[in-house]
Design a protein around this ligand. Structure first.
Ligand SMILES: Cc1ncc(COP(=O)(O)O)c(C=O)c1O
Length: 442
C-alpha cells in the first residue's frame, strides 16, 4: 500500500482545479487515493465504483499490471528521446499497431498529448492539406452546436458549448456551426440511434452553399457527442454528412476522443456507424488514460499531399515535445494488448443490451425526462430545478459519490461510461444507486 494513502494535504488553495467548482470542492474535498480495476479508494478508505472510466478514458479498468509494468520497464530503459528529427523504435511499433486496427485507409498517425491537442492538430492538417493541394482558399471550418472538441482555441472555435466559448474573445474566424441533433420532443427514451433528425445533416449543405464550397476545408463532429451529455446521431445522419463532404471535397473529421477504443462496442465510432472519416482524432483510451497521449489518424492521400518538395525540408511545421513519448508509447502498446487479449474493444456490444435495459429501467424514477444509450455509454437527463439549472444533477453526483458510485454530470444530464471490464452486477449497482439518489435529490 502506498504511503500517500496516509497523506492529507493541509492546504488546497494552490491547485486551481480544472472544470471544477473550486470553492465547493475545497470546503468538502473528494479525494481519490488509489484505484484497482472497477474501483477507486477514497482517503477515508471507502470503495467507489467507477461509473465513468475516470473521464471516459480508463477503458481497461484501473492499475492494470501489464500497463504498469510496461511503463516501469520503459522508464528505466529509454525515458525520453527528442521527437523532432530523431526517432526511437517503440513509437514506430505503436503507430503500426494503431493503423492496423484503425478503419480502412487510415494509414498514418500523428502523436499528440491530449484530445485537445489532437483536435488542434487535425484542424491544422486539414487547412495545410488543402493548401498543399493548391486550394488555399479552403480556410473555413464547420463544427456543430453542443460539440465538444477540447479547450484550446481551435477546439472551442469549432465546439458549440456556450460556457466553454463565451469568455474567450473572438476565437478563430471563418468558423460556422451546424445545428445539434438533440430532439427530445421526438426522440426521448430512444435506445441507440434515434429515428428522427437524420435530415439535420442537410444543414451542412445549406452552410456550404452560404459560404461556397470552395472556401470550406473541413467539418468536425463527434460521432457520439459525449461531453455535452451524450447525443447519439440520428439514423443516417453521419452517412449523409459523409456524402455531402464527398460531394464538395470537404474533409470529414471524426473526433473520436471518447468513442475510440471500444466505447461503443466497436474499436472506433467509425466502425459502429460504418462511416470512414478522412481524419480521426483520439486520446484518452489510447493509453487507458494512464499517460497523457493522443493520436490523429489520417488517410494516405492526406499524408501523401505533404510529402512534396526537397527531401531535407520539414513537411509539416507542427509537433509537440512529447509527441510519441516512449513511456506513453509503452503504455499504449500494453493497453492495446490488454484490449485485444480481453476482447474489450467489442465488450460494449456484448453487454450493450444489459446496459441499455438497466439504464432504461430508470425511466419512472423522479425527475427523469430522457434516457439515451449506446454501447457502454448512457445519459439520464433530469428536469432542471426551477431557476437553478445544473443544481439537481450536481447534487445527484454528490449523493452518488457518498453512496460509493462515481458518475459524471454535465448540465442536468448524468453521463455514464464505465470501464469496459464492468460486470453485470456492477451495472445493477450503478442503477440501484441512481434510483436511490433520484428519490433523495430535491
Ligand atoms: C470529443 C472530445 N474531444 C476532445 C476532448 C479533449 O480531450 P482532452 O481533455 O484530453 O484535451 C474531449 C474530452 O473529453 C472530448 O470528449
Amino acid at each position: 500500500m502506498s504511503n500517500r494513502l496516509n497523506l492529507k494535504p493541509n492546504d488546497l488553495s494552490a491547485f486551481w482545479m480544472p472544470f471544477t467548482a473550486n470553492r465547493q470542492f475545497k470546503q468538502t474535498p473528494r479525494m481519490l487515493v488509489s484505484a484497482r480495476d472497477m474501483h477507486y479508494t477514497t482517503d477515508d478508505g471507502r470503495k467507489v465504483l467507477d461509473g465513468t472510466a475516470g473521464l471516459w478514458c480508463v477503458n481497461a479498468g484501473h492499475c492494470r499490471a501489464k500497463i504498469t509494468e510496461a511503463i516501469q520497464t520503459q522508464a528505466a530503459e529509454l525515458d525520453y528521446a527528442p521527437a523532432f528529427q530523431m526517432g526511437h523504435p517503440i513509437v514506430f511499433d505503436f503507430a503500426n499497431r494503431l493503423v492496423s486496427m484503425a478503419p480502412q485507409g487510415m494509414d498514418h498517425v500523428f502523436f499528440t498529448n491530449s484530445g485537445s491537442e489532437s483536435v488542434e492538430t487535425a484542424l491544422k492538417i486539414a487547412l495545410a492539406y488543402h493548401r498543399a493541394k493548391g486550394n488555399g482558399s479552403r480556410f473555413r471550418l464547420i463544427g456543430r452546436e453542443r460539440g465538444y472538441h477540447g479547450v484550446n482555441f481551435g477546439g472551442i472555435s469549432v465546439g458549440g458549448i456556450v460556457a466553454n466559448r463565451k469568455m474567450f474573445g473572438t476565437l478563430l474566424t471563418g468558423v460556422d456551426h451546424m445545428p445539434h441533433t438533440h430532439l427530445p420532443g421526438k426522440n426521448a427514451f430512444t435506445r441507440g440511434e434515434p429515428e428522427h433528425g437524420g435530415d439535420l445533416a442537410d444543414q451542412l449543405e445549406r452552410i456550404v452553399t452560404l459560404h461556397d464550397a470552395s472556401t470550406v476545408a473541413a467539418v468536425i463532429v463527434e460521432p457520439v457527442a459525449g461531453s455535452t451529455g451524450v447525443l447519439i446521431p440520428p439514423k443516417g445522419y453521419l452517412k449523409r454528412l459523409r456524402e455531402i463532404c464527398d460531394k464538395h471535397d470537404i474533409l470529414l473529421i471524426f473526433d473520436e476522443v471518447i468513442t475510440g477504443f471500444g466505447r461503443l462496442g466497436t474499436p472506433f465510432g467509425a466502425d459502429y456507424f460504418d462511416v470512414v472519416p478522412d481524419i480521426m482524432t483520439t486520446a484518452k483510451g489510447i493509453t487507458n488514460g494512464v499517460i497523457p497521449m493522443g493520436a490523429v489518424f489520417v488517410k494516405e492521400e492526406i499524408h501523401d499531399a505533404f510529402m512534396n518538395g526537397p527531401e531535407h525540408l520539414i513537411e509539416f511545421f507542427h509537433g509537440y515535445t512529447y509527441s510519441g513519448n516512449p513511456i506513453a508509447c509503452a503504455a499504449g502498446i500494453a493497453t492495446l494488448e490488454t484490449y485485444q487479449e480481453e476482447g474489450l474493444l467489442t465488450r460494449g456490444a456484448e453487454l450493450g443490451n444489459y446496459w441499455e435495459d438497466a439504464l432504461h429501467s430508470l425511466k419512472d424514477a423522479p425527475y427523469v425526462i430522457d434516457i439515451r444509450s449506446i454501447g457502454l455509454v448512457g445519459a439520464i437527463e433530469l428536469e432542471p430545478m426551477a431557476g437553478q439549472p445544473t443544481k439537481r444533477a450536481f447534487s445527484a453526483f454528490l449523493k452518488a459519490f457518498e453512496k460509493g458510485v462515481l458518475i459524471r454530470t454535465t448540465g442536468d444530464i448524468i453521463a455514464l461510461s464505465p470501464p469496459l471490464i464492468i460486470e453485470k452486477g456492477q451495472i445493477d449497482e450503478i442503477v440501484d444507486c441512481l434510483r436511490t439518489v433520484l428519490t433523495e435529490v430535491e
